[in-house]
Design a protein around this ligand. Structure first.
Ligand SMILES: *[C@@H]1O[C@H](CO)[C@@H](O)[C@H](O)[C@H]1NC(C)=O
Length: 352
């Protein structure tokens, strides 16, 4: 407890500290599941419209290259990996880099446009969460070949597991899918998604995971795409969507507390990204930003790629630092820094 408080203050005042011991990261590996907030390039290898492997994505990343990250630079989870002492990032599982010794620091199974509900991923030819879990099982046997089975199982139990899902289920499925919308109230749909979350965590625990961090939903109504699609011409956050996100988050927290009781060796934390992103969206200038209503990067038409940068469209801003959003859905690297600072404070118990 004292240690936690110490770290809390330390981070509060210095977010540049590296959380490592004698140059060794605090966890041996990071294993990631979910959607575009954490995808590091799996969709590059899929036939999907949800790709970020072209400029200007990656403009401010290492070597200024697009990698498949839906950002101008680092994702919040990249920054977390830096903070934990990693000097390289766990590879996208579908990439050629995901082999041999590179698997020792973990792997990333996330796929943009995926969610808790497998059918969301099917709509966009992304990797459903159930398939991400199958890939994780395959990863475990590859890891055992590289590290030996004893070392592999210690990596599996000491690794940090991250999960980001749910936004696509709402924004790219529920709200635009008349069938779902008729069948479920937002409350029902949230309960349905959270039940999938609980089974996913149980499955992951059964496969050896012991430290799991899951992100809450962001303020969905403040995403520029949501304001365009559901804001009826207003330039304000859509309160109905934000309220749905908060209700979902309550259920997620309740389910997590129940999992803690059921799974005795589990450490699990819900990372609240709603509040930090909401604060940025509502009062950007308090945090050194000046634009929170539109993304830096020009997007396509509503019919095609409103969610993404369009490489052919003009108007991408020259410096994304003051923008909360990079494209119409995804935070900029500078906003991800704010989110990551908040994640590490909330997740310190998982890694110490
Ligand atoms: C972008 O703006 C920030 C702050 O205004 C500044 O620190 C940074 O150097 C700028 N970056 C580029 C590439 O011009």
């Amino acid at each position: 407890m004292v240690l936690t408080v110490f770290f809390f203050f330390f981070f509060f005042f210095s977010s540049s500290l590296l959380l490592s011991v004698h140059g060794q990261p605090l966890v041996p590996a990071i294993i990631t599941f979910g959607d575009s907030a954490v995808d590091v390039g799996n969709n590059d290898y899929l036939h999907t419209i949800f790709k970020a492997d072209f400029p200007p994505y990656g403009r401010d990343f290492t070597n200024h290259e697009p990698t498949g990250r839906f950002c101008n630079g680092k994702l919040a989870t990249d920054i977390t990996a830096d903070t934990l002492g990693f000097t390289s990032y766990p590879p996208a599982y579908l990439s050629p880099q995901a082999s041999g010794k590179k698997l020792l620091i973990g792997a990333n199974f996330a796929s943009a446009a995926s969610g808790y509900y497998d059918k969301t991923a099917f709509l966009y030819h992304a990797i459903p969460l159930s398939q991400q879990l199958e890939y994780f099982k395959e990863y475990q046997s590859k890891l055992a070949q590289v590290a030996g089975s004893k070392k592999a199982s210690s990596i599996i139990s000491d690794a940090l597991y991250l999960l980001s899902a749910g936004s696509s289920d709402f924004v790219q499925n529920y709200y635009i899918n008349p069938y779902l919308y008729k069948l479920y109230s937002p409350d029902d749909f949230s309960s349905f998604l959270v039940s999938i979350f609980s089974s996913f965590v149980k499955d992951l625990y059964g496969l050896g995971a012991r430290k799991i961090g899951v992100t809450s939903l962001p303020p969905l109504g403040c995403l520029p795409a949501a304001i365009t699609l559901f804001g009826y011409g207003s330039n304000e956050c859509v309160s109905r969507l934000n309220s749905d996100a908060r209700e979902f988050n309550k259920k997620l927290n309740a389910a997590t507390n129940s999992l803690i009781k059921q799974l005795p060796k589990l450490k699990i934390a819900v990372f609240d990204i709603y509040q930090p992103l909401y604060d940025l969206a509502i009062k950007p200038s308090d945090h050194g930003f000046f634009e929170s209503r539109k993304g830096c990067c020009g997007t396509g038409t509503v019919e095609t790629t409103i969610f993404l940068c369009n490489p052919k469209s003009v108007g991408t801003c020259s410096n994304a630092t003051g923008y909360v959003f990079w494209d119409s859905v995804h935070p900029s690297e500078s906003a991800n820094q704010v989110i990551a600072d908040s994640l590490i404070i909330q997740g310190i118990d998982l890694v110490t």
